[in-house]
Design a protein around this ligand. Sequence first.
Ligand code: FAD
Length: 542
Amino acid sequence: MFPTLDTSEIARLQRFGESRAFADGAFLTRTGEVGVGMLIIISGCVIVARRDNAADQAPIVVHTAGGFVGELAQLSGRPALADAQAKGPVQALTLAPQALRNVLVEEADLGEQIMRALILRRVMLIQKGIGGPVIVGHVANGNVLRIEGFLASNGHPYRRLDPDTDLEARAIIERFGLTDAELPIVLCPNGEVLRNPSRVSLARCIGMSRSIDAARIYDVAIIGAGPAGLAAAVYAGSEGLAAIALDCQSFGGQAGASARIENYLGFPAGVSGQELMTRANSQAQKFGIEMAIPHEAVQLQPGEPGQPLVIQLANDESVMARAVVIATGARYRRLALANLAPFEGISVHYWASPLEGRLCHGAEVVLVGAGNSAGQAAVYLATQAVKVWLLARGSSLRASMSSYLAERITAQPNIEVLLQTQVNALEGQDGVLEAVTWRDRAGLETRKPARHLFVYIGAEPNTDWLAASGLALDDDGFVRTEGACSAGQWAFQTSLPGVFAIGDVRSGSTKRLSAAVGEGAQVIATIHRYFAQSALRTANAR
Ligand SMILES: Cc1cc2nc3c(=O)[nH]c(=O)nc-3n(C[C@H](O)[C@H](O)[C@H](O)COP(=O)(O)OP(=O)(O)OC[C@H]3O[C@@H](n4cnc5c(N)ncnc54)[C@H](O)[C@@H]3O)c2cc1C
């Protein structure tokens, strides 16, 4: 995590940066502030430390010559997550974000060493909750869960202080004169205090999201940073296209919510979706892709011939691009129960990440669904809950689930599968579920006390935002890209010139991770050919 570069390695990096002197006590980076970039210590000593009220105030690391200050934030010019202060005079080589990315690409072996260290450092900061915001609120509060989920899925460190168990939380509540009903609050590293913030205002406060340059025309705008969008971003960046990738929630999409993916090529022991997608996100940033999260696309305006396409965003900003890749995937389907909404996010969940898992310790939980995502969630929850009731509408799990998962579920003693059974009532108050009632094929009703219900009953395409664009969709709302629709010229082309669709959002696509990733790679090759052809057409027309 903290390698030391030798003098010949530092000499190789000199051409990328600038040497700078820091006096004793000067800050090389300050928590919550955007600094100069990564710093390689040429001489002197630098102490890297956390700046919050956490009990553990020991320095994170002390760097001497050959050490370097930085972690993933420096790759994309985001605010620093720790303080770095000179102890005595320090001479350092500064690498601005673009220079650092150049190092990673042009100096492959050194780049690998540095990239690995940056990733490991971020993992350590996440594990120790260093440098991010502090959430003050009760562990089972739906808004605490929402804020934690947003930060965790975006790979951002945070700490949670629960007033039920934490003296520090109680002291903060007293200091601000808050009542229980006013929780959660979030203390940002820049000193701002937010009350139950939306993900957009939280992201702004911690420097995760920035304004988009409305005058810039990107080569490609990728809408959705799930596996399809991230793959397109990596290939666009590595092949020299100026690209921006937007997502309204987090990178990783549905795959980021998968507890364990076992059928992705090259991972015989399986891999958590979050880990795989975090790597992909870092890879996209290494190739200079602008990751704009959370930014929601609300409209696509087809351009006049020769003019850029314009994407309108929910916050009134806009993005211009020569080509657009739609990779907005799919969203969970909801149960048709009149009183469902108040329970969502508190007791009814569509993901089973460790955040939800910890709420189920020692409890019985109900899970609805029979696909692979339901199977994975059931297997994971069985490690946390005392019992998982798995309710499926069909007469066999094997009809809809991979056989390895169906077998694992059968072998799991604390998962009980109830086939041809559907949930027909929820009971509880203020979003806190108390009981679930289900009905079997014979009409027999069972009422089971339960605090948490997990729902995995398929997905619908995220295409509402395309309604005004005139883009051709199929009867189920997925984006059409077949030859008849796109004149058969370009793979993944939609009915609008310069607009392509990939992954789960595409009509007829295989709803699998590998397929989404493959389409992300392929679409960039197609866009290169599309640009070449358009240039030829423009040149011929002159
Ligand atoms: C729990 C679970 C487990 C799974 N396990 C497996 C598995 O083991 N193996 C396998 O092969 N497949 C698995 N899948 C399926 C796989 O994850 C999907 O096929 C894959 O994620 C599709 O990728 P995508 O990029 O096309 O779409 P998505 O993953 O759906 O990503 C779309 C992204 O677009 C964003 N978005 C949507 N609308 C907008 C908008 N208007 N503006 C900006 N952003 C927007 C979303 O926030 C999301 O991040 C699983 C799915 C789930 C839910």
